[in-house]
Design a binder for this molecule. Structure first.
Ligand code: PLP
Length: 356
């Protein structure tokens, strides 16, 4: 047997989470967001479990082409559109719906030689100030697009900066309403947080990402604990060595943890080169032999160390869950000062992945 670390993906959980989204937004169609290689899960591994979706959204042309080559015939939305005009022939060939957020893209679309017109998602900047046209420009852009032969349908799109807050979308919604006034257009506004918590923003198409993978858009698992979503990824490993520290002894780089009394420590085959956050402090939750305990000391490149006090029966070969069904990825992320999104996207290529 090789190194015991493993990421296993629960494909049923993925399908379940899509159903949770359907129940939360029963009147909207669903773009399942599979950007960043399906949030680190591997687009090729997971897309079939989401194939009852209405469309897939992403931003990498290679990933879109992969989906087409695997046989996906439904809509594909490119969330950031084309990055250069010379990609338009591929958007045409693979029938990709494109977000459109900048003036140069309008000109590029006008000048392109396409076999058939493209569906457009006109991006409104509703306050996040990353991509999109200011609300008062939207009418003009709409008219410009309507006059271009290469344009088929136009949907209004925007993205929320803090939809996880109860009052987080009121301002943006007002700007979107202003921008959309008098335009007879479908709308797509909602990320996971708005899909779960702001039905008034559902409209025609929702765009959930993180909830499909079974983590919380707020970074706090308790916010989704009763939603019915289930974690998809479990990162597990085993104890490969045991140490007994005497009072006053330390463990790991920087001697960052010192035992106050005699203490059994388990060494786990998982480190930051596997995607476990190096910044996670002593006390980050971890499951050993089904029992909750905590990390002690620094996370190394290939190993981390855990307190075996609550599980005296544990020894070499004992299974460890770093995150998954029991230890939510949101808990580990919160301890490390980040969000589940970052940890799942950062799963290292060296970690073997299986689907169950
Ligand atoms: C990533 C992304 C989403 C999905 O966001 P989640 O918070 O993961 O649900 C939706 N829309 C756009 C434009 C995105 O970039």
């Amino acid at each position: 047997m090789s190194r015991p670390i493993l990421a296993s993906l629960d494909l049923q959980a993925l399908g379940n989470n899509l159903q949770v989204v359907r129940r939360a937004a029963p009147t909207a169609k669903v773009w399942s967001v599979v950007k960043a290689n399906a949030y680190g899960h591997g687009i090729d591994r997971v897309w079939r479990s989401l194939a009852s979706t209405d469309g897939f959204a992403m931003l990498n042309l290679e990933e879109a082409i992969l989906l087409r080559e695997r046989g996906w015939k439904g809509p594909i939305l490119m969330l950031e559109g084309f990055f250069h005009a010379d990609e338009l022939p591929l958007f045409d060939k693979y029938r990709l719906t494109t977000s459109l957020h900048s003036n140069w893209q309008i000109k590029a679309l006008q000048n392109a030689q396409l076999q058939a017109p493209l569906d457009i998602y006109l991006k409104i900047n509703s306050g996040m100030n990353r991509l999109g046209f200011m609300p008062d420009r939207v009418h003009t852009v709409w008219q410009q697009l309507r006059a271009i032969n290469n344009v088929s349908s136009i949907t209004l799109m925007s993205h929320f900066a803090e939809a996880e807050r109860p009052d987080g979308i009121a301002g943006p919604m007002a700007r979107i309403t202003q921008a959309a006034e008098g335009l007879d257009a479908p709308r797509s506004l909602s990320n996971s947080a708005a899909t779960l918590w702001h039905p008034e923003a559902h409209f025609d198409w929702v765009r959930p990402g993180i909830v499909l993978y079974g983590a919380s858009p707020s970074g706090q698992w308790q916010d989704v604990a009763n939603s019915g979503i289930r974690p998809v990824m479990t990162l597990s490993s085993e104890i490969i060595a045991v140490q007994t520290l005497k009072a006053g002894e330390t463990v790991g780089y920087g001697c960052r943890y010192r035992a106050s009394e005699e203490q059994r420590i388990g060494v786990v085959a998982c480190g930051y080169a596997d995607g476990y956050p190096r910044i996670a402090p002593s006390g980050t939750p971890v499951l050993v032999d089904g029992i909750r305990t905590a990390t002690v000391g620094a996370i190394s490149m290939d190993m981390l160390t855990v307190d075996l006090t609550p599980c005296p029966q544990a020894g070499i070969g004992t299974p460890v869950e770093l995150w998954g069904k029991e230890i939510k990825i949101d808990e580990v992320a919160a301890a490390a000062g980040t969000v589940g999104y970052e940890l799942m996207c950062a799963l290292a290529p060296r970690v073997p992945v299986v689907t169950v």
